[in-house]
Design a protein around this ligand. Structure first.
Ligand code: MG
Ligand code: ZN
Length: 222
């Protein structure tokens, strides 16, 4: 990056922080717990959402903002589960920012929500740099991606409150050292909760649901 561009990038990030703070205030005022769900493409973000919706339906009022490069396929998958889903097409953009989320929020009935999950664009790099106003970032890493990802993409793992290691049902068929993932992630973020799960079989997801429901309860307006 040339020196000329550095102040421009800084201004963009500062402007984003202001919008993210305004988003956060709207979440707080409404008693909504907001999550920013990040991973590379195909790690299982939408599958986790489908499972989570099935589990929480009936006692948690939930909506999803779907970030996608081009299509609305993921938003349609979510809507089929009977949950409000707003689509943001980034038109090739590789991450969501605070402004996109602010616009999408206007399409939601915030007064009737307990939980908002924002599915970011599939990418392990820049989504970690743009605050959306969320309370927590969640990262999903599929075991098929390899055990070197926390050390290669540290920002994502440093900032995420939860690491979901997904597709553990495939471990017998691939080379992936889950203990190495845990060790490297712990070095980057000692406070991170780590759950080993399979969104296909449902294994390990109860611990994730429990974590999530506890946080929804803590943020609900009393
Ligand atoms: Mg998806
Ligand atoms: Zn990006």
């Amino acid at each position: 990056m040339s020196q000329v561009n550095v102040p421009v990038v800084r201004n963009i990030l500062q402007a984003n922080e202001r919008i993210a703070a305004a988003n956060r205030k709207r979440f707080e005022d409404a008693g909504i717990y907001a999550l920013n769900l990040m991973s590379s493409p195909g790690a299982g973000k939408t599958s986790l959402l489908e499972r989570t919706i099935e589990k929480l339906a009936g006692h948690v009022r939930m909506a999803v903002i779907e970030g996608d490069l081009q299509t609305s396929q993921d938003a349609e998958r979510i809507q089929r589960k009977g949950v409000q889903a707003v689509q943001i097409n980034t038109d090739g953009g590789c991450h969501l920012d605070g402004n996109m989320v602010q616009i999408a929020m206007d399409a939601l009935d915030l007064g009737n929500l307990d939980l908002l999950i924002i599915e970011n664009v599939g990418n392990l790099v820049c989504p970690a740099e743009f605050n959306l106003g969320e309370h927590d970032k969640i990262v999903i890493l599929s075991v098929t991606e390899g055990d070197d990802k926390p050390s290669k993409y540290p920002a994502m793992f440093q900032q995420s409150s939860v690491l979901l290691i997904n597709k553990i049902d495939l471990l017998p068929y691939i080379e992936c050292d889950v203990e190495k993932i845990r060790r490297d992630a712990r070095r980057l973020n000692a406070h991170q909760e780590v759950f080993e799960v399979s969104c296909r079989t449902g294994e390990g997801l109860d611990a994730w649901y429990a974590w999530l429901e506890e946080h929804v309860r803590d943020h609900r307006k009393r």
